[in-house]
Design a binder for this molecule. Structure first.
Ligand code: BTN
Length: 328
């Protein structure tokens, strides 16, 4: 209902819409309209009310509210349901719970802050409120679990494309899915964590979680994080603040576009796009895979999304692991 009221107010942005008109169009009482408006004000919407003229939308809050993300969003699958939380332990944990309870494909969980944000390899993900994006999306691709890593790569390409569109910042991908910006060396501005619920031959659900540092000032980062991490706005002309809502919409749009291509068998094209963004290719790297350390030169990503490492005359395919770029 909030969504419907906001839609009516948006049509008359800065003008007034009478309580009666809203009530008639939505089919509720004027008192119910008033109550809904109070709720919107509590969320941070600035709505002027005048007895004679009704309500006027003056400003929307800088929050990743579903009503804002849905406004003008044209996707059919991604964001079919959007669950918003001012704070959560981890959007991935929440999305996994919902996926196990049969939430539909494309369900998105967003939080303004995470108290136990999770990174890859058991690390934590720094998730303060109000500046960044933390979301997870539920996918149910009809593929075998072995192909699940392709969805992680796809998400990297899709998010990089959305960032390019909204922020005009060039993103490089560090396999498997660190979102990096060239800044002398490279700094990490985002990461992706994919978790799966599966049987031996079929995926029940994938939860793809993405954390993006968007408007966070470097002052938030510890000296250690400052060396390796950064925020997108630092790389935008004039260090302008990014509209997180706009970026979120573009991410969902791009995710849907790439996911559709994936489902129609076009994943070799997506791998090709990944290769163009790959920052490891040709670089000296060290990979920790399980207990083993593999050192060599990174080759291309293969057609199944594995990282190929050239070690002398041999090549090794890496399925999962932690890659360190070696200088020189
Ligand atoms: C990494 O680079 O290690 C992956 C980081 C993934 C962080 C995101 S934030 C939203 C989602 N919820 C989590 O707990 N983790 C992912």
């Amino acid at each position: 209902m909030n969504q419907q009221i906001l839609e009516l107010l948006r049509v008359q942005r800065d003008g007034f819409v009478s309580g009666q008109e809203i009530a008639d169009k939505i089919g509720i009482s004027r008192i119910a309209v008033w109550k809904q408006v109070q709720g919107l004000k509590k969320l941070g919407y600035q709505i002027h009310s005048r007895k004679k003229n009704g309500y006027s939308l003056q400003a929307v809050p800088d929050l990743l509210l579903p009503a804002e993300i849905r406004d003008g969003l044209k996707t059919r699958v991604m964001g079919s349901k959007i669950h918003y939380f001012p704070a959560l332990g981890s959007t991935n944990d929440q999305a996994r719970k919902m996926a196990a309870e049969a939430a539909p494909e494309g369900t998105v969980v967003i939080a303004e802050k995470q108290t136990s944000g999770k990174g890859r390899l058991g690390r934590s993900w720094f998730s303060p409120a109000g500046h960044n994006i933390y979301f997870s999306v539920i996918l149910r691709p009809p593929i075998t679990p072995a192909l699940a890593p392709l969805l992680t790569l796809l998400t990297g390409v899709a998010v990089a494309s959305a960032i390019k569109k909204t922020c005009a910042v060039n993103i490089g991908l560090k396999w498997p899915n660190d979102l990096m910006v060239k800044d002398g060396g490279y700094k990490k501005v985002g990461g992706i964590l994919t978790e799966m619920g599966a049987e031996s031959d079929r995926i029940n659900y994938l939860v793809v979680g993405c954390g993006l540092n968007v408007n966070m000032s470097p002052a938030f980062l510890t000296p250690e994080l400052k060396r390796t991490a950064a925020s997108l706005h630092t790389y935008i002309k004039g260090a302008r603040t990014v509209s997180r809502v706009k970026l979120m919409k573009d991410i969902l749009t791009e995710l849907e576009r790439y996911y559709h291509r994936f489902l129609s068998g076009k994943w070799p094209e997506i791998i090709s796009e990944y290769r163009e963004l790959d920052i490891l290719r040709g670089q000296a790297v060290k990979v920790k895979q399980g207990g083993e350390i593999i050192s060599g030169k990174a080759g291309s990503i293969d057609d199944e999304g594995r990282l190929v490492i050239k070690t002398g005359a041999k090549t090794r395919d890496v399925v999962a692991g932690e890659v360190t770029l070696l200088k020189g």
